[in-house]
Design a protein around this ligand. Structure first.
Ligand code: AMP
Ligand code: MG
Length: 491
């Protein structure tokens, strides 16, 4: 068994990227209490778990007691926020405790969110509300269970302190795990403030940490751009296949590793609509559901801008490679999206018209108030029950008839036992997703001290593909007549 007090740090970023961080410390929490702890994750990562005792965990994971061996720093970064460049952001309410190597050899960051002001906090308090911490915990664990690359959540601790937003909240610290916290904005910061040598050092560090197989590439900054372009294409394709809306795809919220990060005003669609926006701050729909692949590419152009001098320094001609790669990026994204959609639709082999078939499904359900998640389970159910299973999900029951017949014809070209095909589809199309109205209700109850709803919802979304008795309420979209859902918290 792991020594309950063993935190084994190995801080490669501090060793390598001098000038990219500022030492900082967590604000001491007056009365910490452990609200949620992810024992399974702690075990997988070789971190102290419940065996260390709740009191010790609460002390460490609230910032009251120094995590043994940690060397906390706040990372500097910049970012394009809603299209506008902000040259100086940084960890304003986060603190990197350090890096740990898991038993499987993978290196990860351990970070606090909400542990108080840092040199990058500007006028803000550096704190996090219990609701925001629990929201990120729930969303990130749901995404992990859905097979989406994501930061993970280890714990939420209340601090015993109040935090003011529009009204009083319990303060909390979220402890999260990430492959790293390097962002597109980290490169923008280096390019804006530190010059080419620093960008090269950062690119080498990022490549070695996340894409070591590419370290021998002739042009390493170009190899990094290519690797991130692919990782982000794969990531956003998964979001689009799930109906996930990130909400704030600013370049400071885009990781180099390709993990989803900074869950704030994010949501999973109930009724499908390509223009759906949830975030109260996204007035113009820049980060609407259907915009996400376009925005992803826009963000990759920002990474390319930050890397371009370093790319040119190796070989000027390679800048043309970068240009072509981003010009052709939509095809790369489409290939990832099509792979996701083929498995959602029960198709094994690739055929010429598949992308048109997948795209026309979404065109057909636009305006149909069709629940994104339920539709795909209805399609697998229809393999034994017929079109009626699908019709029941639509405002106009006939709206998908034509598409359905094309899909049936396509399935017919790939003969397969319908029971087996339905099982394969059900293994990738979830029953339980963290729906807005459920998440909201669970967080509201948690705010008044009742964590039961949160725990049941967390258990449901942690095994999203397997329908279980007693969880029927989690299968449905928001009740008719409920107000359009809006998410308010920051990321
Ligand atoms: P976000 O939109 O949450 O990704 O944050 C954008 C920037 O604002 C980052 O530099 C954050 O660290 C900073 N920030 C957000 N909320 C706070 C807060 N409560 N205190 C200090 N900095 C914050
Ligand atoms: Mg952020």
């Amino acid at each position: 068994m792991t020594d309950p007090a063993a935190w084994r740090f190995d801080n490669s970023l501090i060793r390598t990227l001098d000038g990219f961080f500022v030492p900082s410390a967590a604000a001491p929490a007056p009365a910490p209490a452990l609200t949620v702890f992810n024992d399974a994750l702690a075990d997988k990562l070789g971190l102290p778990g419940h065996a260390a005792g709740k009191e010790a965990l609460a002390g460490w994971l609230s910032g009251r007691d120094t995590v043994p061996g940690s060397d906390p720093v706040a990372l500097a970064y910049a970012g394009h926020q809603f299209g506008h460049f902000n040259p100086q952001l940084g960890d304003g309410r986060a603190l990197l405790l350090g890096e740990v190597i898991a038993p499987d050899g993978r290196r990860f960051d351990l970070q606090f969110k909400g542990s108080g002001a840092t040199p990058f906090s500007r006028q803000a308090d550096g704190k996090c509300t219990l609701s925001a911490a629990l929201r990120e915990y729930l969303m990130s664990e749901a995404m992990a269970a859905l097979g989406v690359p994501t930061t993970r959540s280890l714990a939420v601790c209340t601090t015993g302190e109040g935090v003011w937003r529009d009204d009083p909240h319990h303060g909390a610290v979220l402890t999260r795990i990430a492959a790293s916290h390097l962002r597109v904005g980290t490169f923008e910061w280096a390019a804006a403030h530190k010059g080419q040598e620093a960008v090269e050092r950062l690119a080498d560090y990022a490549l070695e940490r996340h894409f070591p197989e590419r370290m021998n590439a002739p042009n390493r900054p170009l190899a990094l751009l290519d690797a991130v372009a692919d990782a982000q294409a794969a990531l956003v394709a998964k979001w689009m296949a799930l109906g996930f809306v990130h909400g704030v795809m600013n370049t400071d919220n885009v990781t180099i590793s390709g993990e989803t990060i900074d869950y704030g005003p994010c949501a999973v669609l109930d009724a499908y609509s390509s223009g759906q926006v949830f975030s109260s701050i996204d007035k113009n729909g820049r980060y609407a559901f259907g915009q996400q692949p376009l925005v992803c590419r826009w963000n990759l152009y920002r990474l390319a801008s930050a890397l371009i001098e370093a790319i040119a320094a190796v070989n000027v001609a390679d800048t043309e490679q970068a240009r072509i790669m981003l010009e052709q990026w939509p095809a790369r994204y489409d290939a990832h999206w099509l792979r996701e959609m083929r498995s959602k639709l029960g198709l094994a082999a690739q055929q010429e018209g598949d992308i048109a078939l997948a795209q026309s499904l979404f065109a057909a359900i636009e305006g149909q108030s069709c629940d994104f998640t339920r539709l795909f389970r209805a399609l697998s159910a229809s393999l034994s029950e017929g079109y009626g299973a699908v019709a029941a999900e639509l405002a106009d029951p006939e709206a998908l008839r034509g598409w359905y017949e094309s899909w049936q014809a396509r399935l017919g070209q790939e003969p397969c036992d319908p029971v087996q095909r339905a099982a394969a589809m059900e293994a990738v199309n979830p029953v339980y997703v963290p729906r807005n109205h459920l998440t909201d209700a669970a967080l509201e109850a948690a705010r008044s001290g009742d964590l039961d709803q949160f725990s049941v919802l967390l258990a449901a979304v942690s095994q999203p593909f397997e329908r279980r008795a007693g969880l029927e309420q989690f299968e449905h979209g928001a009740p008719d007549g409920s107000p359009r859902f809006v998410t308010y918290c920051g990321t």
